[in-house]
Design a protein around this ligand. Structure first.
Ligand SMILES: [Fe+2]
Length: 231
C-alpha cells in the first residue's frame, strides 16, 4: 500500500490570475489615454509596430478609471502574495505594504515579440491586458496560430531540458512551459524570476498591455525572516 507521504512534489511556481470586473467600462478609455501619451512621447516612432512607454505611468496618469485599475492590480497582487507565502510567513501575519516599482505599457502588432527575460529588483511582476483581438480571431492566424500574442512562461524544469535525457519516466519534465492567452481585463501575477516572453503578435487590433514590478515589505521592522547573529 502506498504511504501518504511517499511523494513530495516540491518547489511549485505560484502564478495568480485575476479578472477585472470593470474592464469593459474602463479599458477603452485607458487605451485612448495611452495612445495620446504615445503620440506625445519624443521617443515614439508612430510608424513602428512596437512601442514601450517609460515605466513611470503610475504617477503620470490621473483619471478615476486609472485609479480603479491600479487598485484592482494591487488587490490582485495582495491576494497572490498572501496565498504564495502561506506556510512561509509567520502564523501571526505582520501588516505589509506593496510598492509598485515601475508600471509601463507596451503596444505591439505585425509580428513583434518580446524575447525571453526575467525582471530584476523586485519580487513580483505582472501583466494586465487592455486590448487584443478576440481569441477566435487571434488563434486563427495562418502563421502564428494559437500562440499568437500569448505570454509564454518557462518553469524551473525548462533549464533541465537542454540536451537532457527524455524517456517515459520523466514525462513530468516535458511540459516545461505554459502559455497564458491574452484576454482584455485579465491580470497575471508571477514571480519576477520566472522567465517569460511575449510571443509574436499579429492582429486587427494592437495588443496593448500594462506591465509592472512590485516589492513587498512588512509595515514595521525588517523584511528578513531569518536574521543573522554575530555571536
Ligand atoms: Fe516581462
Amino acid at each position: 500500500m502506498l504511504q501518504a507521504d511517499a511523494l513530495h512534489s516540491l518547489w511549485s511556481t505560484p502564478v495568480g490570475v485575476h479578472s477585472f470586473d470593470r474592464a469593459a467600462e474602463v479599458n477603452d478609455t485607458l487605451v485612448r489615454v495611452l495612445r495620446a501619451l504615445r503620440a506625445t512621447d519624443p521617443t515614439n516612432d508612430p510608424e513602428a509596430a512596437f512601442y514601450a512607454s517609460a515605466d513611470d505611468l503610475l504617477q503620470r496618469v490621473r483619471l478615476t478609471e486609472w485609479q480603479a485599475l491600479v487598485q484592482f492590480i494591487v488587490d490582485g497582487l495582495r491576494q497572490t502574495v498572501v496565498l504564495a507565502n502561506q506556510g512561509a510567513w509567520p502564523e501571526a501575519k505582520p501588516g505589509f505594504q506593496i510598492a509598485i516599482r515601475g508600471l509601463w505599457c507596451q503596444m505591439s502588432n505585425r509580428g513583434k515579440h518580446h524575447d525571453v527575460h526575467t525582471h530584476g529588483n523586485c519580487s513580483w511582476s505582472g501583466v494586465y491586458c487592455l486590448q487584443v483581438d478576440d481569441n477566435t480571431e487571434r488563434e486563427a492566424h495562418p502563421v502564428l496560430g494559437a500562440a499568437n500574442g500569448v505570454t509564454r512562461f518557462y518553469g524551473p524544469h525548462f533549464n533541465h531540458l537542454g540536451g537532457a535525457h527524455m524517456d517515459f519516466g520523466n514525462a513530468y519534465l516535458q511540459h516545461a512551459h505554459m502559455d497564458i492567452a491574452p484576454l482584455p481585463g485579465q491580470l497575471v501575477v508571477f514571480p519576477s524570476w520566472l522567465a517569460h516572453q511575449a510571443m509574436p503578435y499579429d492582429g486587427r487590433h494592437d495588443r496593448i498591455i500594462l506591465s509592472f514590478n512590485a516589492s513587498v515589505h512588512v509595515a514595521q521592522g525588517s523584511d528578513q525572516l531569518h536574521g543573522y547573529s554575530s555571536s
